[in-house]
Design a protein around this ligand. Structure first.
Ligand SMILES: NC(=O)c1ccc[n+]([C@@H]2O[C@H](COP(=O)([O-])OP(=O)(O)OC[C@H]3O[C@@H](n4cnc5c(N)ncnc54)[C@H](OP(=O)(O)O)[C@@H]3O)[C@@H](O)[C@H]2O)c1
Length: 250
């Protein structure tokens, strides 16, 4: 399949690398950011353009969510399969006369961090049932973990991902601010973070909970509240403890 990736951000970059690494050639990387496109093109050897979109059987649109519709209007081949990679944008946000689909990779992508693409679950959706097989066979080149999710289910997959990845990462960032302020190296916490993730492979997150809130240790909770200087960190601390105590009916 002649394949074009549209976009030059984190996901576009990783999808290009994953596909090329699996022996799937790309016709073009298309976008608006010449510098980023040139850098991806230099690394992958795939030609890029900001002007002329090549003809293709498959277009993978990996741009900012709010611009998917606008970008998708550039494609006019009615026989092409056009997919976007967003968790929360419905399939019908694609605007045009072509076969529509979604290819949502459930992973956190940053250009600076290499990934084992074979471990990534891909959630696919297609407008026409026959395209499901085509998309599945295509993605099989990257990962064997391919599931079907419609636009409604995918929104909930994305919300869950926001809780388990984006919020957790923000807590790392807020925790690091506290450690930094007290000159405590953040590396000290890495074994704890690793064990927290390892543990939930064996027991449920609910079973794995520890800490002063689940022990209902009120003295510690008040003492820690008094130690937190940052207003937002204090609000997060309080709401997290409330949530833990509600879950365990304390
Ligand atoms: N990052 C993740 O972990 C992740 C995971 C799963 C799915 N996704 C989805 O993948 C898609 C891309 O995410 P990303 O993280 O790769 O985003 P990103 O790194 O922020 O890159 C966004 C890309 O969209 C382009 N863009 C923005 N506005 C545009 C416009 N008006 N017209 C044309 N191009 C435009 C940007 O070009 P400029 O550089 O010129 O702004 C850039 O190439 C999104 O739908 C996102 O929800 C992301």
């Amino acid at each position: 399949m002649k394949t074009v990736i549209i976009g030059s951000g984190n996901v576009a970059y990783h999808l290009a690398k994953a596909l090329l690494g699996s022996g799937v050639p790309l016709v073009q990387i298309f976008g608006r950011n010449t510098e980023q496109l040139r850098s991806i093109s230099y690394e992958t050897g795939v030609p890029f353009s900001t002007e002329t979109l090549s003809d293709a059987d498959l277009y993978i649109i990996s741009v900012r969510d709010s611009t998917i519709g606008e970008v998708s209007r550039k494609i006019s081949n009615p026989y092409s399969l056009v997919v976007h990679t967003s968790g929360s944008i419905p399939l019908d946000a694609l605007e045009g006369n072509y076969h529509k689909g979604v290819l949502y990779p459930l992973q956190t992508f940053s250009k600076s961090k290499p990934l084992d693409y074979k471990k990534i679950p891909f959630f696919i959706e297609t407008q026409f049932p026959e395209d499901r097989v085509i998309l599945k066979n295509f993605i099989k080149n990257i990962s064997p973990k391919i599931m079907y999710a419609d636009s409604t289910q995918r929104q909930y997959i994305h919300i869950t991902a926001v809780f388990v990845c984006n919020f957790v990462n923000h807590l790392f960032a807020k925790g690091k601010e506290i450690a930094d302020r007290e000159d405590i190296p953040f590396e000290y916490f890495l074994p704890l973070i690793e064990e927290t993730v390892e543990k939930i492979k064996e027991v449920t997150p609910k079973q794995a909970q520890t800490g002063p809130a689940v022990r209902n240790d009120k003295n510690i909770l008040v003492r820690q509240e008094n130690l937190i200087q940052d207003e937002m960190a204090l609000a997060i601390y309080k709401i997290m403890n409330q949530s833990i105590q509600k879950m365990y009916e304390l």
